[in-house]
Write a protein of this length. Structure first.
Length: 619
């Protein structure tokens, strides 16, 4: 059966390729490399005027990855490793950026910082996200605390959800079904399902949007055990957005989200009837008032988290609440001087033992100057005022210089930035907490070059070096303390986007990461990705993806020793075809088509060859 399925995929690919060579179709526009970035300055600037390392995942790229999760898409980018994204749906994800830990990565959704204050690491759980409701993603690599505050030490993942249609009514429906199997058990049973529906529109000054999505998978055990009992995963998400445009200068939108997921899991690398239920409810508001060359932006949201964990030791319930208020003014002087002045308010509250909370009030300023002769300067400062430990200042200086060429430019860039991570509620007030903790401090230095040619080629190389102090750990009594040992991380990232001929694209990246000061758990020294995309004809696209993850260290808790994990390579195939232009599309995902057997996290299951197919209907 394995050979039959592999030959079927190869035959389909070859047939479509030879058909494309003979078909006479009008070409459609390819992805433009000369894109606009927003996250590093909050202004829409051309990439050549941005001195930060920003990755943009567009709506077009997400459309070419239908059937994959947000974590799986992000994991193909340089400098990012999301452990467990190649495992069973429902596995706990570990997001490592530039050799850092998950607590050093900040996730933002529609301009609002999202974290779960009741979790130990205060990371945002990417399992809450539905790819079907995401419009685009921008990833700022490196320190970004001056604009985004605490936790923005190694990366900011800025997610924008889909906007309401400008038509009176528009809809989109997507459905996918596929296999969910290991490399050893290629049974090809249908065990992976996902559906989404969205309706939105605009009626005069009023806009609306409602969306629903769900995912369900079974067939795999969380832990690698002789029994291999199935551990199910399910997720349901509902989003509502209502907007009103009072005038050309003032608009406001109110939105709500409710997401819940249930995941069965195993503990101590043995089968166990454990279950995790998480529930997230968010209510937010976004408003923009424009005046002359400036605008005032308000983003605020309240989020409630409930976590219910049931295992052999009983049931544990934790609750967290998070309120974020971000108000800032943007103004442009002479089309060259871009300024942001704002204040950010955060209140985190959690219920474990007794209810505890803290507040953070951060005034901040950022400016970008675009000089006529090629020099660009992005600089900022932020004053963190924490209710428990007082004030802390962070800043960044980010110059870049552009040398125009006949068909593009060469850009040199550099950054010196400080960032910080405030202690969370458990570290401050938990059973083994310590109210005398100081924030973790990071200093980041990076420099690089980018070469751009005529919307056909972009080549960049960046070196980064980060020093981490006051990291929070435990003493011999498991009480939270600031550890005196420092962490030093350095490395390099190389990215290539190339359109050598019409209809054919090449995207590749390589990351080298060296972490010193601890055992660098689950952080590969070498990681590379290659994606080849080809437009077979006007209505058919195909892409082939290769992903290499190098050797890294993980802890084997059965013997309490660190173990080196072997490197592995995965090959994925994606195809889509428009049956009705701009209306009905069918797609096919074949992941790990060579059926590679590998270990991602010691003791836990990884997926072998799996095939998913589905359709997307728009009106």
């Amino acid at each position: 059966m394995k050979k039959t399925h592999l030959w079927w995929c190869a035959t389909l690919f070859a047939g479509q390729f030879f058909y494309a060579q003979n078909a006479q179709q009008d070409s459609v526009s390819v992805q433009q490399l000369d894109e606009v970035v927003v996250s590093d300055s909050r202004f829409e600037l051309k990439r050549e005027n941005s001195g930060k390392t920003v990755i943009r995942i567009s709506a077009e790229e997400l459309a070419r990855n239908q059937g994959r999760t947000v974590a799986q898409v992000i994991n193909t980018k340089s400098g990012i490793e999301i452990a467990a994204s190649r495992g069973r749906d429902g596995d706990v994800l570990g997001v490592f950026a530039r050799g850092g830990r998950g607590r050093q990565v900040l996730v933002i959704i529609d301009g609002v910082r999202v974290t779960n204050p009741s979790s130990f690491s205060v990371e945002y759980d990417l399992r809450f996200l539905s790819t079907a409701n995401v419009e685009s993603i921008e990833i700022i690599k490196g320190a970004a605390s001056t604009i985004y505050g605490t936790n923005a030490a190694t990366a900011v993942i800025n997610i924008t959800t889909k906007k309401n249609s400008e038509n009176k009514i528009a809809g989109n429906f997507e459905s996918m079904v596929g296999t969910n199997q290991t490399s050893e058990d290629q049974n090809y049973n249908l065990a992976n399902f996902a559906n989404s529906a969205r309706v939105s529109g605009t009626l005069d000054k009023f806009s609306y949007g409602v969306s629903f999505s769900n995912r369900y998978s079974n067939g795999l055990s969380a832990a690698v055990t002789p029994e291999n009992e199935e551990d199910d995963f399910s997720q349901y998400s509902t989003d509502v957005n209502i907007g009103y445009k009072f005038s050309e200068k003032l608009d406001i939108s109110i939105y709500g989200n409710k997401t819940e997921f249930r995941s069965e899991f195993d503990a101590d690398r043995a089968e166990a009837p454990n279950q995790l239920e998480q529930d997230q409810e968010r209510l937010g508001i976004a408003s923009t008032f424009s005046y002359g060359k400036g605008s005032i932006q308000l983003n605020a949201a309240y989020t409630d988290f409930d976590i219910d964990t049931r295992n052999t030791f009983g049931e544990t319930i934790s609750k967290g609440e998070n309120f974020v208020f971000d108000l800032y003014n943007k103004y442009v002087f002479n089309e060259k001087f871009y300024t942001v002045l704002g204040v950010n308010y955060i209140r985190d509250e959690a219920s474990f033992n007794d209810g505890v909370n803290f507040t953070i009030v951060d005034p901040y300023a950022n400016l970008v100057y675009v000089y006529d002769f090629g020099l660009n300067l992005n600089t900022g400062i932020r004053l963190n005022n924490h209710s428990e430990y007082g004030n802390h200042v962070v800043y960044n200086v980010n110059p870049s210089y552009v040398f125009p060429t006949e068909n593009g430019y060469i850009k040199l860039l550099g950054t010196y930035a400080t960032s910080y991570i405030t202690p969370n509620l458990i570290q401050l007030f938990g059973s083994f907490g310590n109210e005398e903790l100081e924030p973790e401090e990071n200093t980041t230095l990076e420099g690089g070059v980018e070469y751009f040619v005529n919307d056909k080629l972009r080549l960049s190389a960046v070196y980064f070096d980060r020093n981490e102090k006051n990291r929070i750990g435990f003493d011999q009594n498991f009480v939270s303390i600031n550890i005196s040992d420092e962490i030093d991380v350095n490395g390099a990232e190389v990215e290539v986007s190339w359109i050598p001929i019409e209809k054919f694209t090449i995207d590749a990246n390589y990351t080298f990461t060296e972490r010193k000061g601890d055992n660098a758990i689950r952080i590969p020294r070498h990681k590379a990705n290659l994606t080849l995309g080809y437009q077979l004809c006007e209505s058919t696209n195909v892409s082939l993806q290769y992903a290499y993850t190098g050797e890294r260290i993980d802890t084997d808790f059965s013997i309490f020793e660190d173990v080196a994990l072997d490197a592995f390579s995965l090959v994925n195939l994606y195809m889509d075809h428009e049956l009705i232009p701009n209306t009905l599309k069918v797609f096919l995902n074949a992941n790990n088509i060579l059926n590679e057997e590998f270990t991602e996290v010691i003791g836990f299951t990884t997926r072998g060859r799996n095939i998913n197919a589905g359709f997307n209907l728009s009106f």
